[in-house]
Design a protein around this ligand. Structure first.
Ligand code: SF4
Length: 235
């Protein structure tokens, strides 16, 4: 686990274009010299803390300009199921927590209710919830491709640290970003996909279900959630 965590961290820095490693309390490692690695956390919770530290007071993309809080993610670091949305809205930005507004409350009811319907005791705190981008896009616009590319590095590390059995990706924007697909959510939903060796179930975003035209999507969203909860906790 520690070796994997270190490898992913080094890959992350390489992706960002850093060639030299810095040692805490020292300078850059001399060219060619192997820098002693920092002690790495042994568990997912520790690894998530390292990732949050790496994000810091992030200004890596333009979304930092309008944010109040970075919304990192919340839930069980050892969850078998991770939900991924596209980005924080106004309530999430204010509170620093993902999915706490109307759509978030619906997601909570869906997780708890679907779980109960299939005889499980899984509740929202048992899963992990986060977004592709950690800062609120202005005026609730969709995150742009470059913003999702930059912040998606953190998402990837987050999900790999948790190592869930499955990811449930919410809405077309997040699904297309994660799966690098141009297929719309209506066609993608309900069909298992794969990302980084992890099974992915795309479904509708709860905010879509709350729209006047989104009523028809509630039943399929319930079916998708049922499939992913069954796979993660009953199979
Ligand atoms: S959205 Fe992500 S990459 Fe952009 S500023 Fe926020 S934390 Fe940094």
């Amino acid at each position: 686990m520690a070796r994997d965590a270190l490898r992913r961290r080094l890959e992350f820095y390489r992706d960002l274009g850093f060639e030299d490693l810095y040692v805490r309390g020292g300078g850059a490692a001399p060219a060619g010299a192997e820098a002693p690695p920092e002690p790495e956390p042994e568990d997912a919770a520790g690894e998530l803390r390292v990732i949050r530290d790496d994000i810091g007071d992030c200004t890596r993309c333009r979304l930092h300009e309008g944010r109040t809080n970075i919304v990192f993610g919340s839930g069980n670091p050892n969850a078998r199921l991770v939900f991924v949305g596209e980005g924080p809205g106004a309530d999430e930005d204010q509170q620093g927590e993902p999915f706490v507004g109307r759509a978030g409350q619906l997601l909570t009811r869906m997780i708890d209710g679907t779980s109960e319907r299939i005889g499980l005791a899984i509740r929202r705190p048992d899963v992990y919830i986060c977004n592709v981008v950690k800062c609120r896009p202005p005026g609730n616009r969709n995150p742009r491709r470059d913003e999702m590319e930059i912040c998606g590095q953190f998402l990837k590390r987050q999900v790999l640290a948790i190592a869930p059995k499955a990811v449930c990706v919410l809405g077309g924007t997040a699904a297309q970003a994660l799966l690098r697909s141009s297929v719309g959510i209506t066609r993608l939903r309900g069909k298992w996909q794969e990302w980084e060796g992890i099974r992915v179930m795309p479904t509708f975003h709860p905010s879509y279900l709350l729209r006047p035209g989104g009523q028809h999507a509630k039943r399929p969203a319930f079916e998708d959630l049922k499939a992913v909860l069954t796979y993660c906790y009953l199979d």
